[in-house]
Design a protein around this ligand. Structure first.
Ligand code: NAD
Length: 357
């Protein structure tokens, strides 16, 4: 089997970490007789420097024609002065929107070996965390009508949350399908006590659930969910939520697992083409110093194998290799603790490749 993967290293630590993910995928290819072709593409700040725009047409076209997209990170101080439409991050929004990637999947797992790195109370962390946030990605308040105007001598600004039932239905199906492969519990998070869009959200999710009788569905208000993730994360398995609530809750969930450098994500649509990326940014403060943790992007590559290529066994092998290297006490600086073995980006990648072998 041959898979063509569009790779977008991007800015800051992006090129360093993506290099490790490619080594890991090649090792999986060697072991299981798969072949991966990587096409390196420009997006973000480096694309602005070379072409004047954050997402050159060639990048979009090649991504559309690939089996999947693997992205490092984009952005950095150098481009912060640019307007919203010219900024490096615009590349991400356009890729998600134009590839119709409406579902963002973010697993938050606290590895046994990293329990000390969680800021949660020890007894709560000891119980473990393994949840998966399914966030709607191309609708809601981030895409609704917005504006500013003068009124009564002052200025007024507005953003609008709009959801159509089809948008809620398709993201619900993704969450229920993922849940079928997990513990068959879905918590749908909304603000239905206040927002009309949330009331529609709740009724559509409830309707979709009828087709999944094995799944236990519960609804939770977002303010309560934010609290429960800290108080008792074990109660969650799949969390299904809107674009903005998912943005906030998934960052919260990521923090309690130790480090932002550990967490992968997948953005999916209706075809097998997905975009896989770590949840962290380009970390300009440590770029070029061999300090970045490559685990988030390596786990993103594992998600690519699982969701886009249906290579479940191979994805599990990568995840087990990561767990093994952590259990052997190897740590990058962001997850370092007392009496562990400090390694750099390249060495962490090499150890994971070796563990796969
Ligand atoms: P960031 O995630 O880049 O960094 C936050 C902190 O976490 C920093 O201290 C950084 O050193 C650390 N960190 C992040 N990833 C790490 C890793 N793999 N290993 C070790 N430490 C890691 O967030 P920021 O500093 O707010 O943003 C920096 C730039 O990245 C900005 O331009 C921002 O817009 C952009 N950004 C891009 C994405 C993306 O490409 N998907 C996401 C978020 C932010």
């Amino acid at each position: 089997m041959n898979f063509t993967i569009a790779t977008i290293p991007g800015d800051g630590i992006g090129p360093e970490i993506i290099e490790q993910a490619i080594l890991v995928l090649n090792q999986i290819g060697k072991k299981y007789g798969l072949s991966f072709s990587f096409i390196k593409l420009l997006a973000g700040g480096c694309a602005i420097d070379k072409t004047g725009e954050p997402l050159p047409p060639e990048t979009m076209e090649k991504c559309q024609n690939s089996d999947s997209v693997l992205l490092g990170a984009v952005g950095g101080l150098r481009w912060d002065h640019l307007g919203v439409q010219q900024r490096p991050e615009k590349a991400l929004l356009r890729l998600r929107k134009e590839l119709n990637l409406f579902a963002n999947i973010r697993p938050a797992v606290l590895y046994g070996a990293l329990k000390d790195a969680s800021p949660l109370r020890k007894d709560i962390a000891a119980a473990g965390i393994d949840m998966c946030i399914v966030r709607e990605l191309t609708g809601g308040i981030y895409f609704g009508p917005r504006g500013r105007k003068q009124r009564n001598g002052g200025e007024e600004a507005y953003d609008t949350e709009i959801y159509r039932s089809e948008e809620i239905e398709r993201i619900s199906k993704i969450a229920f399908e993922i849940s079928m492969k997990r513990s068959k519990k879905v918590t749908s998070v909304d603000k239905a006590n206040i927002l009309e869009s949330s009331r529609l959200w709740r009724s559509v999710v409830t309707e979709v659930a009828v087709s999944y009788p094995e799944i236990r569905l519960e609804h939770m208000y977002v303010d309560n969910a934010a609290m429960q993730i800290i108080r008792d994360p074990r109660q969650f398995d799949v969390i299904l939520t809107t674009n903005m609530f998912g943005d906030i809750l998934s960052d919260e969930a990521s923090m309690i697992t130790g480090s932002i450098g550990m967490l992968p994500s997948a953005s999916l649509g209706l075809t097998r083409l997905g975009m896989y990326e770590p949840i962290h940014g380009s970390a300009p403060d440590i770029a070029g110093q061999d300090k970045a943790n490559p685990i988030a992007i390596i786990l993103s590559a594992a998600m690519m194998l699982r969701f886009s290529f249906e290579l479940e066994k191979e994805a599990n092998v990568i995840e087990k290799a990561v767990a093994q290297v952590l259990a052997q006490s190897y740590r990058t600086a962001d997850i370092m603790s007392h009496r562990k073995r400090l390694v750099g980006t390249k060495e962490m990648g090499r150890l994971i490749v070796e563990a796969i072998d």
